[in-house]
Design a protein around this ligand. Structure first.
Ligand code: PLP
Length: 268
């Protein structure tokens, strides 16, 4: 019957992140994740990268006014149940995003403090790191640094689980409301991720390492899956557990696929 009132809608998730022309990371990974998890995905682009499985060739920042317009446009019409923040590139971008979160009172924000790509490409200006901590840590429900990003933030090399725990405590002291510190870059057959929230015992998620050359976009996919599961109504711990399982499934599914000559993407 035409004109009938809609009876339901998808949970709505917004990715504020960079574009990976190679389709493996950034907003492309985020949209695939949202779709795979039954959410409606939207995007506010912070930067374009010219990129393939071999690395990042060039970065072009989106002007701040255009970034703010993208966020305003989708929030004012469609609405947002959860937000994933990825590559922010500059201090000005950080400030623009923080102001938009404030302006629209956006909750359920997952902040992936993207800094350096696996290929070694620097995705954020050094000067933006202070702004990221001061302006976005307190506004995010959880931050999801990997070992290198956490090490850069706390200015220490993290070599084992004890280091991870003290770094996560330090990140809480720096203003984060919860920390998911990803230990995948530590050597070993088991991958350990740590979820630390104030007042709760450290919550370790340990799983056997999945052998795959196709891991490009793992961090992007994990943070967008957490945002999707939050939009679907999970609490933080459940969202993190379900997102980790989703990423492991995508790593397994992509292990035998050949995409490009370099570090290939997951298979969502
Ligand atoms: N490109 C963009 C736009 C990203 O957002 C990211 C990571 O978040 C990367 C590249 C790096 O991905 P990876 O470290 O998995 O290669």
């Amino acid at each position: 019957m035409s004109g009938a009132a809609p009876r339901w809608r998808y949970p709505r998730v917004l990715s504020i992140a960079g574009s990976d022309s190679g389709g493996g990371a950034g907003i492309q990974a985020d949209l695939k994740t949202f779709a795979a998890l039954g959410c409606f995905g939207m995007t506010a682009l912070t930067a374009l990268t010219a990129q393939n499985t071999l690395g990042v060739r060039a970065i072009h920042a989106v002007p701040s006014a255009m970034l703010a317009d993208q966020i305003d446009a989708v929030v004012e019409d469609i609405g947002v149940d959860a937000v994933k923040i990825g590559m922010l590139h500059s201090a000005e971008t950080v400030t623009t995003v923080a102001a938009a979160i404030e302006r629209h009172a956006l909750g359920q924000v997952v902040l992936d403090p993207v800094m350096i790509a696996t290929s070694g490409a620097v995705l954020i200006d050094r000067g933006a790191v202070g702004a990221l901590v001061a302006e976005l840590f307190p506004r995010a429900l959880v931050i999801t640094p990997n070992l290198d990003e956490a090490g850069l933030l706390v200015e220490r090399t993290l070599a084992n689980e004890a280091d991870m725990e003290s770094a996560a405590r330090r990140l809480l002291a720096m203003g984060a409301r919860a920390v998911l510190l990803k230990g995948g870059h530590l050597a070993g057959d088991t991958v350990s991720d740590l979820l630390l929230t104030p007042g709760a015992a450290p919550f370790w998620i340990r799983a056997p390492r999945i052998a795959s050359a196709n891991s490009h976009g793992t961090g992007c996919t994990l943070s967008s899956a957490i945002a999707a599961f939050l939009a679907l109504g999970r609490d933080l711990r459940e969202a993190v557990l379900d997102a980790s399982a989703f990423v492991r499934g995508a790593l397994e599914a992509g292990a035998a696929v050949r995409t490009g000559a370099g570090s290939g993407p997951l298979n969502h």
